[in-house]
Ligand binder design. Structure first.
Ligand code: FE2
Length: 322
């Protein structure tokens, strides 16, 4: 029985997993008003919610701390202040109850729970969230190769930054997707370099264009353009790698239009397409527990030795050979 703690950014998530089965997955997200994530405020939110969320998860899973075998936590990448709240909370619990700890790379957790639920072996992976946008394959267990990635911001940050730019109170991709409904297409900059992508010019132009063509049409076009870019890069990667499946994961993977476009492309190319339910694509604790259980044999450590790494890339994994 593994307790997972996720705290890389604006969400404090906890979850309990036993033999790949999710017994609880309850978290809470800090929602900044008219600003981006302020790390200090997000960290305060996580510290305030820590004890309450732990209690809710234990109750949902029907276990006490004595029934937990190990504590998995997100080791990085993420915001230092937020990561540290998760680490300190995990350490306190581990020392107090005499448990070992497992540091989990955050993208690795997104990827593994999505692959597990989709049931696709050795897929091409599109990991697309606020801070990250990467195309990856796993060549040996825990050995990831990044085929392409964003050269500036993650796709999620593109939507959030556009939302803030047009004055949305709580700028988030889901709210922007609502605003975009019924919009008409206006051309915006489209930048794909091989399997790499660039979104910053698209953001600048979209903010200018919003004053001319209106927010609805430009929001719609921002999604259409960036998702088409992701599809092109994925299709190129599929042909190059000859992988027979595509799994999309991360916060932006919740977008139904992106799911539809990728699914259609895969169907046309005879490739299997998989995506997990939303609760596992947003940042969540169950994925950390799930991945922690997977790597526990080689990665279980004394709490005193555990740290965080703000720049922990998925293609530089330590101890993730399961
Ligand atoms: Fe994430």
């Amino acid at each position: 029985m593994i307790l997972g703690i996720e705290s890389t950014a604006h969400t404090l998530g906890m979850g309990i997993v036993h033999k790949g089965k999710v017994l609880s997955n309850i978290g809470d997200t800090y929602k900044p008003v008219r600003e981006g994530i302020v790390p200090r405020k997000a960290a305060d939110h996580h510290a305030e919610r820590f004890a309450g969320l732990l209690e809710e998860n234990l109750r949902k899973a029907g276990v006490g701390m004595e029934g937990i075998d190990a504590i998995a936590y997100s080791e990085g990448p993420g915001l230092g202040a937020c990561l540290k709240v998760g680490l300190v909370g995990a350490k306190y619990l581990a020392l107090r109850h005499g448990k070992g700890m497992v540091g989990v790379n955050h993208p690795f957790a997104h990827i593994k729970i999505a692959e597990g639920i989709a049931g696709i072996r050795k897929p091409l992976i599109l990991y697309v969230s606020g801070g990250n946008t990467q195309l990856l394959i796993e060549r040996g267990k825990g050995k990831f190769h990044v085929l392409g990635e964003t050269l500036d911001m993650g796709a999620g940050n593109l939507f959030d930054a556009f939302g803030r730019g047009i004055g949305m109170e709580y700028a988030h991709g889901s709210g922007l997707a609502k605003l975009a409904e019924g919009g008409r297409y206006v051309p915006l900059p489209y930048v794909v370099k091989g399997m790499n992508l660039s979104f910053s010019g698209l953001l600048t132009q979209a903010l200018k264009e919003a004053k001319v063509s209106g927010e609805r049409d430009v929001a719609h076009s921002l999604f259409e353009t960036s998702f088409a870019m992701l599809c092109e890069a994925c299709e190129r990667a599929l042909f190059l790698t000859r992988r027979k499946g595509l799994v999309v994961c991360g916060g932006v993977a919740q977008n139904r239009r992106l799911q539809g476009m990728l699914g259609k492309m895969c169907a046309e190319d005879g490739v299997e397409f998989g995506v997990a339910p939303d609760e596992f694509n947003r940042d969540n604790g169950a994925m950390i527990a799930y991945a922690g259980e997977l790597i526990m044999d080689g990665a279980l450590r004394e709490p005193e030795k555990c740290t965080v790494d703000q720049d922990y890339r998925v293609d530089r994994l330590r101890r993730h050979h399961y």
